[in-house]
Write a protein that binds this ligand. Structure first.
Ligand SMILES: Cc1cc2nc3c(=O)[nH]c(=O)nc-3n(C[C@H](O)[C@H](O)[C@H](O)COP(=O)(O)OP(=O)(O)OC[C@H]3O[C@@H](n4cnc5c(N)ncnc54)[C@H](O)[C@@H]3O)c2cc1C
Length: 416
């Protein structure tokens, strides 16, 4: 069913009784040409691009729970391409360009909103770092704008400019950045992939990998064995557990990241704002709630909920940036499992097992990468070679030392 003004009006006339399920609920086949493990944003995007751009149609996505129940439906929805390193900027810019055309391409309202992402700085040193990053972006043809303190104040008068410890001195703005309705991305890609013949198998957990002679032959699942000579792993926070099924030990640790949403208020925040003196980011959803978060918990966990010190830390940063937030009531908080790499950058690469591919290590920032990660994993699976914008995301960089340490955080997970 195509969404259009006509279909919306005709449904209104029928009392909204004619909508059909957005994707099928098929039984698993005995064999597929390719299986993507993980029905999050990345896995579904990969299946869609395999079918739409690489001509494969006998594909399944296997998801242990429901489509969109992982991090794709739990994040704070921020998208941007304001990176520093040459290994990262072209990748994230490819992603942002895909976001810009996504709704037309898949005929789905994902509420892509380029309301701007503003990174605040609070010291002379931080200003230098922001200028360097803005210049690196501009050298790659990505627009960035340095705002003075007065320009930031004119846009966002309610921030605490004269905080004795963290005075706001200005900000780096990427106007093309913004937010996207997270779960609509999963639903939109699922619907578009299904339309191209992809089988989306929900409640189908990968429980083992059949490997013989160094080559993958198929997937053991909770719904039986499914043969496939190409399998892409795209399971976010579960990357190390799933890779262990192929005997691999990944340079990844799983940590919980928590997000928060306040009661709905009238329009206040017109862009995404990040607090440079800590790690705090905030935006306002179209329903009016303020959506925000900070850093990961300091220890490894597979729990999908955060802890109280993390709540305290987030609230402290919120109050330092925007004291008026203290008057708001919180509606909800929730957590997701992050697959944190040792340099803060992701992995999209072949594995030592022939036919087995890995997309993971997205740390706390993989939502913005969804279209490009899907495209690059699809390219890798179809052509058996990396996409040109994802060449730096090699699995062996942790052994060779060619790290991609965007934030300069080293191996401290909490800093990525
Ligand atoms: C609180 C929070 C805030 C965030 N904020 C942002 C942000 O503002 N911007 C940004 O860019 N990123 C953000 N992120 C990160 C982003 O959400 C993730 O990096 C990204 O969604 C990961 O890719 P995915 O969508 O494919 O993951 P997921 O949606 O987690 O998909 C992985 C899927 O694999 C499935 N799976 C796992 N094991 C198996 C198995 N054995 N068999 C079958 N299926 C399996 C899971 O059920 C899951 O559905 C945030 C994350 C969180 C938790």
């Amino acid at each position: 069913m195509k969404f259009s003004i006509r279909s919306v009006l005709s449904q209104a006339m029928q009392g909204q009784t004619g909508w059909k399920p957005q994707w099928r609920n098929p039984e698993p086949r005995a064999e597929y040409d390719a299986i993507v493990v993980g029905g999050g944003g990345h896995g579904l995007a990969c299946a869609y691009y395999l079918a739409s751009r690489y001509g494969l149609h006998n594909i399944a996505v296997i998801e242990k729970s429901l489509v969109g129940s992982g991090n794709v439906g739990r994040n704070t929805t921020i998208v941007r391409s304001n990176y520093l390193l040459p290994g990262n900027i072209p990748f994230y810019e490819t992603s942002l360009k895909l976001w810009e055309g996504l709704e037309q391409e898949i005929n789905y309202n994902a509420m892509v909103s380029q309301r701007g992402v503003l990174n605040l700085f609070h010291s002379d040193g931080q200003r230098d770092v922001a200028i360097r990053r803005g210049n690196a972006m501009r050298l790659h043809g990505v627009h960035a704008e340095l705002l003075s303190r007065d320009e930031v104040r004119a846009r966002h008068p309610f921030l605490d400019y004269d905080n004795a410890r963290f005075p706001i001195m200005g900000g780096l703005l990427q106007q093309r950045g913004g937010t996207v309705r997270h779960d609509a991305v999963a639903w939109g890609y699922a619907r578009a992939a299904d339309k191209l013949g992809v089988d989306i198998l929900q409640n189908c957990e990968l429980t083992g990998l059949r490997i013989e002679g160094g080559r993958v032959l198929g997937a053991e699942t909770s719904r039986g064995y499914i043969a496939a000579r190409k399998i892409g792993l795209s399971v976010a926070g579960n990357s190390s557990r799933v890779a262990a099924m192929a005997g691999m030990r990944l340079p990844v640790e799983s940590h919980v990241l928590t997000a928060f949403v306040s009661e709905g208020i009238k329009p206040l925040l017109h862009s995404v704002i990040t607090f440079g003196a800590g790690h705090f980011y905030i935006s306002q959803s179209d329903k009016g709630g303020l959506v925000f978060g900070a850093s990961v918990d300091g220890y490894n966990s597979y729990a999908q909920r955060g802890n109280l010190p993390c709540v305290e830390d987030t609230c402290e940063e919120a109050m330092a940036l925007m004291p008026a937030l203290g008057r708001l009531r919180m509606l909800r908080s929730w957590g997701g499992i992050m697959d944190m790499t040792m340099d803060g950058s992701p992995i999209i690469d072949r594995t030592p097992v022939e036919g087995l591919y890995l997309n993971g290590g997205w740390c706390i920032g993989g939502f913005k990468a969804t279209p490009a990660a899907g495209l690059c994993l699809a390219h890798l699976m179809a052509r058996d070679e990396p996409h040109e914008v994802a060449r730096a995301y090699r699995l062996d960089r942790f052994a060779t030392g060619r790290l991609l340490d965007e934030t300069g955080g080293g191996t401290n997970m909490a800093l990525h």
